[in-house]
Each structure stands twice: as structure tokens, then as C-alpha cells.
Design a protein around this ligand. Structure first.
Ligand SMILES: *Cc1c(COP(=O)(O)O)cnc(C)c1O
Length: 425
């Protein structure tokens, strides 16, 4: 980046970062390199590439030029030293964790996790003798109490879904570092526009680019971003030595890529990298609108008698409000919220009464989306686990889109009105 670029606002950088003038015949978007493999001029040149002496491309499962531009851009936007793009957010979560885990290891996380991440941590990793020590809140004392000699990292989400809790990453990063382990943060719900965890001390940032980064519900993808700042030679990670020797500050990313990403085959399709690029151009605009709308919708819902409670970090009464304000620097509180109706039947009738808002399993789309988590994503969870995760039968989750706020509110209002009609009749 030039000195001029360093001074640019994030909303300008999110458009222009990594688009070097003169590249790609002057194209304003990176081309989609739809090729499984790359020819090499000499036997020597291919050998150099395999030997790590050149960064040329070999084969699509390993790297792709379109993906590489996305990796450089996302690393720059998050303040990281490097990134690897992957097929999905779950590919990124899995590889980011597995790169550090061996049979018998532990890591510490909060219980407030994305549904598939929860299953991966609680059930799938357990098959390999890996223990996720889940704590009931992100307070540094609780995290510290869960640490042991076997702990390999601490894992958090910027905004827990659907608990809507926001941890103080700075305090948790300090706790993790005091114990000699890195902090990994899934920043999907905030996006780098709202929050950049590396600035608060996180060592690794993960995104599902499927959500706000791509932004239009059009492509699945994920990314692992390495801050390049964690000291892997601190004595706790002797198994990282070969990677440190090879890549220095990017040892962790090298391990994620070399040991896991390319062997598990979690490759992002270059078309999906391209679609994420289109999304990034409008990320700042969209996030501003998502948040403005979410705040209006939260206030509207709080004013309705059918709505028993509203959980949005932007509301003063949210237990996470003060922390979110500090972590997000007053830029906003994201586009996701939850609220409660009387019971499951009322939730179903409300959802079925919506006309504009889509009923589907996703979030971070331009379009407003609604779901009843207890009867869908969390259906297979035993009731006692659902209770611990605050997935109650009365809970509706709303991903507020970027339509006109009045239109979203009018749709919610008419669906709520119908509940009253039925109650009164
Ligand atoms: C959606 C999501 C994921 C998983 O991403 P996919 O692209 O669906 O695999 C991980 N973490 C969070 C916070 C998410 O919202």
C-alpha cells in the first residue's frame, strides 16, 4: 500500500485495496481464472514452485490467481499478514482449528457458537480425542479458569448467534497470551467494516464470506486470516518449528494451507472469490444500512405488545451493549437480532404471515430473512443443550436486510397484527 492509501478511510479501502493499476489489461475486477492447472515454461520453474522458491500457481486445489487477490484484500482489510480463502465458512473454521489440534489436545471457547461450529467442536472433534472446553460466558476469569497445559488456543465469535453476546476480545486476548496461546475469532457477523479483531489483540480471524462479505446470498466461501504476530517459539508449540523455519511470521498460515487446506481439498471456487469481490465493493454501504434498519426494527419490535423481548446489542438494555459499543467503536451493532413471541405456535404463525421477509436458513443477505432456530437449525439438539444455548421455543431470529426500513417494519407489523386478530377472535 502507498502512503496515500494508508490514509484512506476503510470504506474507500474496501473498494480499492489490492487493485493495482496496470494489472489484468486494465480490468477493474480480477479475472476469473477458470483453470484446474497452470503450465510452466521449464521443468526448473515447476520444481522451484513445488520447492517454495516461487509463488507461481500449480494446481487449483492448492492456489488460484483469483482467490489470491481475494486473500490479499481480506488480509489487508483485517490488518492481517496473510490469508487463505476456502470453500465455506465451515472449511475455514475446521482448518483454522485442526491446524493446531492433535489427539489429546484441548481448547477453550464460549458456548455461544454458530450451530455447525458447535457440532464440530462438541461432537466431531471428540471423535479424535480433542476436547472443546466450553465456558458459559466470555469473561476472562471464566476463560482463564478453563485453561490447562493441554490448551492450544481460545476461540470466540464477534457476535454470538443467536445469543447476540459480544465479548471483550482485548481482555480475552490478554488472558490467552498470558497462558501462551493464541486467540482465534470468527468475525463473520461483524464483518471487517464493523470490527477488526486483530486491532484488539486477536491472532487469527475467520470469516464465512457467504454472509456479509459476499452479501447477496449468492456464493459460499470462507477465509482464515493470520495476524502474523503470535510467537510460535514461546515453548508451547514445538510442533510448529518446521513451519516457523519455512515461513517465519506466517508459520501458522503455512500449516493451515500445507497440512490441512490442500490435503482436505477445501478449495474455494474462483467464481466464488469473484462474487465475494463484487460484494466487498458495497460492504461499507450495506453494513451502514443493515445496522440503521436493524436499530429501527429492534425499536419497533420493542414497542409491540405481542413481542415479549428483543435481543439486539444496539439496544441500551442489551447486556452486551456497553462492550459492543467499545469493541465496535460506535460504528454500529450489526444486522442480526432475535425476539420472543408467546410460544412456538405464535412464532410459526408470525413467520407464515410474512410477505416481504424471506423464510430461510441464512443471514447477512441484502434481503431480510427470518427463521425459528429451535425447530430448524437446532432441531437435532437435545432440549437441555438448547436450553443452555438459549434457543427457546419462543425465539425468532431476524437478519435485517437493506430494503427500506418502513417496508420491513410494515411487513413485520402486518404479521404481528394477524396474531392479535386470531387471539381476539
Ligand atoms: C454461516 C457461519 C459459518 C459457516 O459458514 P458457511 O459459509 O455456511 O460454511 C461460520 N460462522 C458463523 C458465525 C456463521 O454465521
Amino acid at each position: 500500500m502507498s502512503d496515500r492509501d494508508k490514509k484512506l478511510d476503510f470504506s474507500t479501502r474496501v473498494i480499492h485495496e489490492c487493485l493495482t493499476p496496470g494489472e489484468w489489461e486494465g480490468a477493474t475486477m480480477p479475472p476469473i481464472y477458470q483453470t484446474a492447472s497452470h503450465r510452466h515454461p521449464t521443468a526448473e520453474s515447476l520444481s522451484d514452485t513445488f520447492g517454495g522458491r516461487s509463488a507461481d500457481h500449480i494446481y487449483m486445489r492448492l492456489t488460484n490467481p483469483t482467490n489470491r487477490v481475494l486473500e490479499e484484500k481480506l488480509a489487508a482489510l483485517e490488518g492481517g499478514a496473510g490469508a487463505v480463502a476456502m470453500a465455506s465458512g465451515m472449511a475455514a473454521v475446521t482448518n483454522a482449528c485442526m491446524a493446531l489440534l492433535r489427539a489429546g489436545d484441548e481448547f477453550v471457547c464460549t458456548r455461544s457458537l454458530f450451530m455447525s461450529t458447535y457440532i464440530l467442536f462438541a461432537n466431531v472433534f471428540a471423535k479424535y480425542g480433542i476436547r472443546a472446553v466450553m465456558v458459559d460466558g466470555p469473561e476472562p476469569e471464566k476463560i482463564a479458569a478453563a485453561m490447562s497445559e493441554k490448551t492450544r488456543f481460545v476461540y470466540l465469535e464477534t457476535i454470538g448467534n443467536p445469543m447476540m453476546d459480544v465479548p471483550d476480545f482485548g481482555a480475552v486476548a490478554e488472558t490467552a497470551h498470558r497462558h501462551g496461546v493464541p486467540l482465534l475469532v470468527d468475525n463473520t457477523l461483524a464483518s471487517p467494516w464493523l470490527c477488526r479483531p486483530i486491532e484488539h489483540g486477536a491472532d487469527v480471524v475467520i470469516h464465512s464470506t457467504t454472509k456479509y462479505i459476499s452479501g447477496h446470498g449468492q456464493a459460499c466461501g470462507g477465509v482464515v486470516i493470520d495476524s502474523g504476530r503470535f510467537d510460535w517459539t514461546n515453548g508451547r508449540f514445538p510442533d510448529m518449528a518446521p513451519f516457523v523455519d519455512r515461513k517465519g511470521e506466517l508459520a501458522y498460515l503455512d500449516r493451515v494451507w500445507r497440512e490441512h487446506h490442500i490435503n482436505f481439498g477445501t478449495t474455494m471456487a474462483p467464481l466464488h472469490a469473484y462474487l465475494a469481490f463484487i460484494g466487498l465493493d458495497t460492504l461499507a454501504l450495506r453494513m451502514e444500512r443493515h445496522q440503521e434498519n436493524a436499530m429501527k426494527v429492534a425499536r419497533f419490535l420493542a414497542s409491540r405488545p405481542e413481542v415479549r423481548w428483543v435481543n439486539y446489542p444496539g439496544l441500551d438494555e442489551s447486556p452486551s451493549h456497553a462492550t459492543a459499543k467499545r469493541m465496535f467503536g460506535g460504528r454500529g451493532y450489526g444486522g442480526l437480532l432475535t425476539f420472543g413471541l408467546a410460544d412456538r405456535d405464535q412464532c410459526f404463525r408470525f413467520i407464515d404471515g410474512l410477505e416481504l421477509v424471506y423464510h430461510l436458513a441464512n443471514l447477512g443477505d441484502c434481503k431480510s430473512l427470518v427463521i425459528h432456530p429451535a425447530s430448524s437449525q437446532y432441531l437435532s439438539f437435545p432440549p437441555e443443550i438448547r436450553e443452555k444455548l438459549a434457543i427457546t421455543d419462543d425465539l425468532v431470529r431476524l437478519s435485517v436486510g437493506i430494503e427500506a426500513a418502513d417496508d420491513i417494519i410494515a411487513d413485520l407489523a402486518q404479521a404481528l397484527d394477524r396474531l392479535q386478530d386470531r387471539c381476539g377472535s
